[in-house]
Write a protein that binds this ligand. Structure first.
Ligand SMILES: Cc1cc2nc3c(=O)[nH]c(=O)nc-3n(C[C@H](O)[C@H](O)[C@H](O)COP(=O)(O)O)c2cc1C
Length: 243
């Protein structure tokens, strides 16, 4: 099983996204998967220019010669794709959106009806395999991931991939703070690890495991108070730079 992982947090390995992603990847590895991890921060991926060169002038080929050229064959052949992102304005980060837009050469321009809905047929290399979303967000509620999940599910239909679930960490900064202070969020990270093992060994991630990854770490009121206190302190402590 080869797994292509894209972490799109600009905070890379120090991100709250990585905090959930890394134990998941450890689980995948432990179960025998080969992992390749990229940070979008390290990649040069330009936005799509919207000219449809990759559909008409050079079918299947993007004319922009940047790091997408390294990713194209991997995106086509990975057994499992893992997209990891913090929630940014109710969606993926900008660099990940650029990457997703640039995946258009992997499908043909034609429309075909699948289950009564317009889809693009894949190119010669048959797109297959699973896709997993890993995400964390600043707000407290789980429903902050709803737009992101809808996006990933819709994309899977066009890209002929099976959506294999989402590891979601609401009030993500609280999980990070708890880990730093050594207090009890261990079950979250153990469940993330378990999710990786399950995906390889049994072909799916159990709902219970995903629920544990997302479970409430502290009450809404307490979280809001802590966040506001931290922001107030940071604002008070800042040094004002003269222009
Ligand atoms: C530009 C920007 C937009 C954000 N938008 C949202 C949002 O819409 N909803 C939310 O819950 N958190 C939002 N956040 C908070 C991040 O999701 C949160 O800080 C997260 O823990 C960052 O993860 P990272 O350390 O992996 O980058 C936003 C943060 C930034 C910088």
């Amino acid at each position: 099983m080869n797994v292509l992982v894209i972490n799109s947090s600009p905070r890379r390995e120090h991100s709250n996204t990585a905090l959930i992603l890394n134990p998941f990847l450890e689980g995948l590895k432990e179960a025998g998967a080969d992992i390749e991890l990229f940070y979008t921060k390290d990649l040069d991926i330009k936005p799509c220019t919207g000219e449809f060169h990759c559909w008409i002038k050079r079918p299947g080929e993007c004319y922009q010669k940047d790091d997408m050229q390294i990713l194209y064959p991997k995106l086509q052949t990975a057994d499992i794709l893992v997209f990891a992102t913090p929630v940014y304005v109710d969606g993926v980060t900008g660099p990940l959106k650029n990457l997703l837009d640039r995946m258009i050469p992997l499908v043909k321009p034609f429309f075909e009806l699948r289950h009564g809905h317009c889809r693009h047929p894949p190119r010669e290399v048959e797109l297959k395999g699973k896709l997993v979303l890993v995400s964390n967000c600043g707000f407290w509620e789980l429903d902050n991931f709803d737009p992101l999940i809808m996006h990933m599910k819709a994309m899977c239909k066009n890209m002929s991939r099976e959506f294999a679930g989402a590891l979601l960490r609401p009030h993500g900064p609280a999980a990070a703070a708890m880990k730093r202070s050594g207090s009890s969020a261990d079950d979250v990270f153990t469940a993330a690890n378990e999710a990786g093992l399950q995906l390889i060994r049994q072909g799916y991630i159990a709902d219970e495991t995903l629920k544990t990854v997302s479970h409430e770490l502290l009450s809404l009121e307490e979280y809001v108070n802590r966040v506001n206190r931290n922001f107030r302190q940071a604002l008070e402590a800042r040094t004002i730079e003269e222009p």
